[in-house]
Design a protein around this ligand. Structure first.
Ligand code: FRU
Length: 442
């Protein structure tokens, strides 16, 4: 059977382009998943809006409720850019960046762009109050370029706190901290960076997991290495202690398609992360574009802290039945496959044209056929691989190594709904996953 590449467990628009997850929260007994949405074109042209999915229970089904923000005031006329939601005293407080590109002959880095931070209050996550401008270019330190965006806000000890992604006039990426007693009245606290680590930090997220703090960010301009930072832009985190960035930057995901993640707290108090299963300016393509839509979000991933202080990501999926052995028939999407890896073992696992392999402490994801749509190879050094779990949807794979200590996500476009699974060197187990129902599309 031909594959229409429509995701069965990943949120995606019916038509148009999706990028960053925005405003993730649990509010009024529902989960809210907003996203950067260009409804006019699958290549991202036209209006940049926020689309909205909500789930009444545990994210097993969603309703698409439509566009909640579009560029309709002078301060967001070139795009309702990324932002977040904070719940306070029974209301949802949304913060986002209004992007403005002034007409003229500008570089749009040092001049010609407004970055307006905007606050909106909502009682239900669908009907939005007035757009209130809380920060403008003149409110940022004078060393900043016009690239200041993606507010992530939280409340700590009764104080409102915000981080913003920024690019300095010297092409240094970093974050700006702001604080407020009143969410409409913010003051600047400080700028934080790591030397020689990219020219722009997008989508910062300062969050705690099991009492440890982390700064998530999506840096642009970090030099490529053989086993790290292989994508055009990266996404990962530093540890955050004593108000400073500690240790090495760890990538959240080393696959071909992952960027701009955001975290939030679920109804059990756990911290979940959802990323965009896509990246801008990639040298490969997505075959759904010809069919009218492009990109999806990753599955939610529950975060915990590994013994080495790094983050572990566990996919939140609704399994159907238990683990079983592979049969001779190729399985139907969506499903998970997993294997334990014995010490020193090498293996190869392929799902259609996607090849996942491990030998000499290097994990590789590669494509040798058209199903990768131009994707070649991604590599990660994983000393002592113990286990691997792959979540497979009709046009995506999310690969979790060592309980989610390392992750690789990729889009792929097999021409059949049932690509053949082959495994060499490991015993593979398979488990079916229930589809995520999405209502509300015409
Ligand atoms: C990240 C990003 C954000 C921006 C948004 C615009 O992918 O570039 O920095 O707010 O996308 O869609």
């Amino acid at each position: 059977m031909a594959n229409d590449w429509r995701s069965l467990i990943h949120l995606e628009p019916r038509a148009g382009w999706l990028n960053d997850p925005n405003g993730l929260c649990c509010f009024g007994g529902k989960y809210h998943v907003y996203f950067q949405f260009s409804p006019d074109s699958p290549s991202g042209a036209g209006r940049k809006c926020w689309g909205h999915f909500e789930s009444s229970d545990d994210m097993k089904s969603f309703d698409y409720t439509g566009i909640v923000f579009e560029p309709d005031i002078p301060e967001d006329r070139s795009g309702v850019y990324s932002g977040c939601a904070v719940i306070h005293e029974g209301k949802m407080h949304i913060f986002y960046t209004g992007n403005v590109k002034l007409p003229g002959d500008y570089d749009y880095i040092t001049a010609g762009r407004e970055a307006n931070q905007i606050h909106v209050v909502s009682s239900d996550g669908i009907h939005m109050g007035a757009k209130n401008i809380i920060l403008r270019n003149s409110d940022y330190p004078k060393e900043m370029s016009c690239h200041v965006r993606d507010p992530k806000v939280w409340i700590e000890d009764g104080k409102w706190k915000m981080v913003l992604g920024a690019r300095t006039l010297d092409d240094e990426g970093g974050i700006l901290f702001y604080e407020a007693n009143d969410p409409d009245d913010w003051h600047f606290v400080r700028f934080l960076t790591r030397k020689d680590f990219g020219y722009m930090w997008e989508c910062p997220d300062l969050f705690d997991v099991e009492g440890k703090w982390f700064l998530g960010l999506s840096p642009q301009g970090v030099p490529h290495e053989e086993y790290k930072f292989q994508n055009v832009y990266s996404a990962g985190y530093f540890r955050y202690e004593d108000e400073d960035l500690k240790g090495e930057f760890e990538e959240f995901d080393m696959g071909f398609d992952f960027y701009a993640p955001q975290t939030f707290i679920d109804k059990n108090g756990d911290r979940l992360l959802i990323g965009w299963m896509g990246i801008g300016d990639i040298p490969y393509t997505n075959k759904t574009t010809e069919l009218g839509w492009q990109h999806c979000l990753t599955l939610p991933r529950r975060l915990s802290v590994a013994p080495d202080g790094a983050l572990l990501q566990t996919p939140v999926v609704d399994y159907n039945g238990g683990w079983g052995s592979l049969s001779d028939d190729a399985p139907e999407f969506p499903y998970a496959v997993k294997a334990e890896v014995s010490e020193g073992a090498s293996f190869e696992l392929s799902i259609g044209g996607a090849k996942i392999s491990y030998s000499d402490n290097v994990a590789m994801l590669s494509f040798e056929d058209e199903s990768g749509a131009g994707r070649t190879v991604r590599k990660a050094v994983i000393n002592g691989l113990k286990d691997i779990t792959v979540i497979a949807d009709k046009s995506s794979l999310e690969i979790f190594y060592n309980g989610g200590r390392y992750v690789m996500s990729t889009r792929f476009y097999p021409d059949t709904q049932r690509p053949v699974i082959r495994a060499k060197g490991i015993d593979l187990f398979i488990r079916s996953i229930n589809k995520t129902e999405v209502r509300g599309f015409e």
